[in-house]
Ligand binder design. Structure first.
Ligand code: MG
Length: 345
């Protein structure tokens, strides 16, 4: 098995603003694992607020020695080894996990949704995210999304949340999800807001309060008429159980949980515990989005618009069909590299 990589910068179509940050690019690292004429592709997406960078990912990848493994389908052994190389580095680990799943699927001869026994069409509508912006821009972005999406996700937690929702409601009555990105601070005000949002056909609220505010989040979830989903409060498998009774459910992101293998375990554990499950993403290419799409069947919410927000997607993969991200029938994660990239070896 030969692992190689290349840094790549995603150009965003619109400047992206969430509670606290604005940006126009997202750095990623594309990985490749070659084995007996087959190639698996992976990706680490590195939005700055998560702390990993292209150079930290490359430093991690340089430590990975796959030479003592002879069979890429031994995912459990290989990924346990990769996880133990160093703490954190979850996106770097995901870039190996995804490439290895892609490769293993090609060796087995099936796409991962088939290996997992999932119906690739039984997936929730994906949300399309609209960032915090002026009313004019919010209305314009909403109009652009009409016809392609059945649900929109609105970033709130700024000073003009109600005004933004009203701006969207002046254009469409599509269901909405809202993501406060920890931007609300008082549980009573948050609950009043959630009641108001419910009247506006909002169907889900993501991370309303700061992640460490566990008691107040549990209170809010208990009183909320809408499901409250954890995002910043959840990273990996070991976090799932402690959030039962705190949130209605969890948002799983490959870049935070080290990839498809752990995401699959998190999904199964959360569902066993009676929690709702959402699959989310960063701004990333169709490579990581296609990987996430493989396990989106049977979930409550999907937020897989990451590749639709960038100008220079270097992969072809899962496609938007009637508001849902649908995986290809191709083996592995079902992607094709559409640009020639300069891998390091
Ligand atoms: Mg979120």
């Amino acid at each position: 098995m030969k692992l190689s990589w290349t840094p790549y910068d995603l150009q965003l179509k619109h400047t992206f603003t969430i509670s606290g940050f604005s940006r126009k690019t997202t750095p990623v690292v594309i990985t490749r694992i070659a084995y007996e004429g087959l190639i698996g592709y992976g990706e680490a997406s590195l939005p700055p607020y998560l702390g990993e960078t292209q150079s930290s990912v490359i430093k991690f990848l340089q430590k990975v020695d796959l030479s003592h493994f002879s069979d890429p389908t031994h995912l459990d052994e290989i990924l346990t080894y990769v996880d133990q190389i160093d703490e954190n580095n979850t996106a770097a680990k995901a870039s190996i996990d995804i490439a290895l799943h892609d490769l293993a699927g090609k060796i087995i001869g099936a796409p991962w949704h088939k290996i997992w026994g999932l119906n690739k069409y039984a997936v929730p509508d994906t949300t399309f995210t609209i960032g915090i912006d002026t009313d004019e821009v919010v209305r314009e972005k909403t109009r652009e999304a009409l016809g392609s999406f059945n649900i929109l996700k609105i970033k709130v937690g700024g000073d003009h949340d109600k005004r933004m929702i009203e701006a969207i409601r002046s254009v469409t009555d599509l269901p909405l999800a809202v993501d406060a990105n920890q931007g609300w601070h008082d549980k009573h005000e948050a609950l009043d807001m959630i009641h108001w949002l419910k009247e506006k056909n909002v169907v889900m609220v993501e991370q309303p309060l700061p992640k460490e505010d566990i008691e107040n989040i549990a209170w809010l979830t208990e009183h909320s008429p809408l499901p409250i989903m954890a995002d910043e409060s959840i990273q990996r498998l070991c976090d799932v159980e402690k959030l039962k009774g705190v949130f209605s459910g969890i948002n799983i992101k490959l870049m935070k949980c080290t990839g498809m293998r752990e995401a699959w375990k998190m999904r199964n554990l959360a569902q066993t515990l009676g929690m709702k499950v959402m699959i989310g993403c960063m701004t990333e290419t169709s490579c990581a989005i296609s990987a996430a799409t493989q396990l989106s069947s049977g979930l409550d919410f999907a937020d897989l618009d990451g590749a639709l927000l960038i100008e220079n997607d270097c992969f072809e993969g899962a496609k938007l069909e009637k508001g849902k991200m649908i995986a290809k029938n191709e083996m592995g994660i079902g992607v094709k590299l559409t640009e020639s990239l300069n891998f390091n070896k």
